[in-house]
Every structure is written in C-alpha cells, then in structure tokens.
Write a protein that binds this ligand. Structure first.
Ligand code: NAD
Ligand code: DAU
Length: 343
C-alpha cells in the first residue's frame, strides 16, 4: 500500500510517518511538504534515503504538482496534515491560512477524485467547535457540537472540514475527518506553548503566559494521536467525523509550572503578558465515539508524556537551537517584543 502524507516535515506529520513505517513496515510512505518555516527536513533525517520512503518538496496548493504526484504514485491513502497551524500567526496574517488550509485541501480532494483514491483522511482540530465556558466543566465537544470557530486558523480548518464532507456526499469520495485536541511530544515547533516554554526555560528567558493563564487545553501525546488516525483508517466509516482527545485538561499556568518543576527552573521566570485576541477559554473533547466504535483510547499518561517530551528537548538541543537562532528570532520579537508584562 502507498500512503501519501502531506505536511510530513512538520510536528504531527513526521511523528505519524515514523509511526506508520514502524507499524506497517511493508508499506510505501510518500511525504509531500512545502517546507515552510514550520517544516524541517532535519526532522526526517532518520528516514530520508530509506527504501519505501520518498520525500517531495511541493506545495499542496499547486494543482499541477499534485496531479503529477498522484499520477506517479497512485496513493491508496492520503492523510492531510499540511496546514498553517499556529493561531497567533493566523491573527497576524490570515491569508496564507486560507490558501493552504482551504485551497490546498481542495486541490488534494480534486486529485483524489481524478485518480479515484480509495481513502482520504483530513486531520482537523477541536478548535473548529469554538470554546467552552470555564464555569461549565461538565460540557465537552462531541461530533454533533456546531462549528463555531474563533480564529482565522480555526475558521480555515472548519471550511476544509466542510469541503471534505461535501466531496464525500456529492462525489462519493471515501473520506474521514478527525478533530483532535492539543498535541505535545518530540519535534514540535517552539512557537507552541510546551516547546516554547521548555526552550525559554532552558535559556533562562521569561515564560510568557497570555492573560490570566486560566485558559484550559486538553493535552494528548502525539503518538496516541497517530495511533488514533491509524485506527480510523483501518476501521472508520467514510463520511464520519471522529473526535480525538487526551482526557487531560489543564490550565496553562499549571502546565507552565509543571514544566518549571520538571526542568528545575524557578517559577519567577513566569511573566504574564497581554492576552491573545479572541483567546479561546477552554477546549474539552469527548472521544466516546472513537472509543466505543473503534476501541481507541489514549495510552500515554500526561506524567509519562511530559517527562518524555522534556527529555527529548534536553537531548535534542541542536534541533530546536537551530530553529530559535534563525527566522524565529524576528517572529519572537514581533509577537512578544511589544507585549507588555502584566503585573
Ligand atoms: P506544523 O505547523 O508543525 O506542520 C505543518 C507542516 O505542513 C509543515 O511541515 C509545513 O511545511 C507543511 N505545510 C504548510 N503549508 C504547506 C503547503 N502549502 N504545502 C505543503 N506543505 C505545507 O503543524 P502540526 O502541529 O504538525 O499540525 C499538523 C496538522 O494537525 C494540521 O492540519 C493541524 O491543523 C492539525 N492539528 C494540530 C494539532 C496540534 O496540537 N498541533 C491538534 C489538532 C490538529
Ligand atoms: O486544540 C488543537 C490546536 O492546538 C491545534 O489545532 C493548533 O494547531 C495548535 O497550535 C494548538 O492551538 P492552541 O492555540 O491551543 O496552542 P498554543 O500552543 O498556541 O497555545 C496553547 C495555550 O497556551 C493557549 O491557551 C495560548 C497559551 N499560550 C501560548 C503561547 C504560544 C501562552 O499562554 N503563551 C504562549 O507563548
């Protein structure tokens, strides 16, 4: 079987293709990635040049390029991870989010139609449901929760989800969608909360917590996400949406304190800064459908996952140090330079 993984030089896509090559050693894995600021070829060092693996640098928005690729490879499965994925960047500049997340997904769907690809899977996010109030811990997102995206990022992901489901209904394209909560683990770009806090703490830099720090996210270890997608590809029903959650809700401030503790760094590094515009309060996923219908559940406890993640960043300093010394410096200055510390 040939599996086409888009966005495979990014955080989850890379973890997924490592997972797939291990779990399905007879399969061919083709990775297509444009190598934006978030894509890193060094992430794929362990598999580049290996038989059964091919890397192609291309933009999923390029219809000609995608057609050529589909003609050559005739993938049996396409898993679409490629996206602009960072909420703060989408607030700063939405356009590229619409391009890649909506138009790029559309280009892939049309290639799948033309080459009659047996299965398309869209990797989506719990952010398409908007947020939940902090004072209602009983509420969680189910697959029936209406879409109510808050940021340009989540709106672009919601648009892509609708397009995938429309292609499924109108053209009979065999497609599934999964909506996952916050992932963490190795190879996550240090613009996201956990790796940013680890990298800053290791450099004794301030740890910028937005607003009150009381916002809640539901954390899932990346390997558990990869396994969930595998289960959906094996046994999920085309036309269906599956929520994937970590069952581990945490306030941001508690998470940042936990990272300080794990690294032996003082909490005095924590600096409250101006809030994110439109900041979602709480995400909480009900993954009952995936658990009951397909028998998946998260296997990595948060304690184990955060320890492994911190260890990985300690043991792979060159991976993230190279990133934070490049273009990232300008990004950091732009995003955090003017953000006043709140008392
Ligand atoms: P990431 O930003 O780390 O990686 C995205 C990858 O896509 C990069 O390698 C980038 O180069 C590539 N890419 C971007 N635009 C492209 C284009 N036009 N053509 C080809 N490649 C392109 O993102 P991630 O955190 O690994 O997220 C992967 C997917 O999972 C995204 O679709 C995201 O919406 C979704 N998701 C992420 C999380 C999370 O917590 N990180 C949770 C739920 C869903
Ligand atoms: O829920 C799934 C989503 O999780 C994915 O769809 C997105 O691709 C992914 O980026 C992530 O979105 P979040 O906005 O939740 O993740 P982020 O790591 O940017 O922020 C997590 C929380 O931490 C959020 O409440 C904002 C806060 N935060 C973040 C950063 C980067 C801070 O307080 N300080 C920071 O410097």
């Amino acid at each position: 079987m040939t599996v086409l993984v888009t966005g495979g030089a990014g955080f989850i896509g890379a973890n997924f293709l490592f997972y797939w090559l291990k779990a399905h050693p007879g399969d061919r894995v083709v990775c297509v990635d444009r190598l934006t600021y978030a894509g890193n070829l060094s992430t794929l060092a362990a598999v580049l040049g290996r038989p059964g693996f091919r890397f192609i640098r291309a933009d999923i928005c390029c219809r000609e390029g995608m057609e050529r690729l589909f003609r050559e490879e005739r993938p049996d499965v396409v898993v679409n991870f490629a996206a602009e994925s960072h909420v703060d960047r989408s607030i700063d500049g939405p356009e590229v989010f619409l391009q890649t997340n909506v138009m790029g997904t559309a280009a892939l769907l049309d290639a799948c139609r033309k080459y009659e690809t047996p299965r398309f899977h869209q990797v989506s996010t719990d952010e398409v449901y908007g947020d939940l109030p902090l004072e209602r811990p009983d509420l969680r997102f189910t697959e029936e929760t209406p879409l109510q995206a808050s940021s340009p990022y989540s709106a672009s992901k919601a648009a892509a989800d609708l397009l995938v489901l429309a292609y499924c209904r109108t053209y009979g394209l065999p497609a599934t969608v999964s909506r996952c909560s916050n992932n963490y683990g190795p190879f996550q770009f240090p613009e996201k909360l956990i790796p940013l806090m680890i990298a800053n703490a290791l450099q004794d830099k301030p740890l910028p917590v937005y607003g009150t720090g009381r916002n809640v996210r539901d954390w899932l270890y990346v390997e558990d996400h990869c396994r969930a997608i595998d289960v959906i590809l094996q046994r999920g029903r085309p036309g269906e949406v599956y929520n994937i959650g970590g069952n581990h809700e945490m306030e941001n401030i508690a998470l940042v304190r936990r990272i300080c503790q794990e690294l032996g760094k003082p909490e005095s590094l924590i600096a409250y800064v101006a809030d994110r515009k439109g900041h979602d309060l709480r995400y909480a996923i009900d993954s009952g459908k995936l658990q009951q219908e397909l028998g998946w559940q998260p296997e990595t406890s948060f304690e184990e996952g955060i320890r492994r993640t911190v260890r990985w960043y300690l043991e792979n300093r060159s991976w993230w140090e190279e990133i934070v010394s490049g273009e990232y410096r300008d990004y950091y200055q732009k995003m955090y330079g003017d953000r006043q510390a709140l008392s």
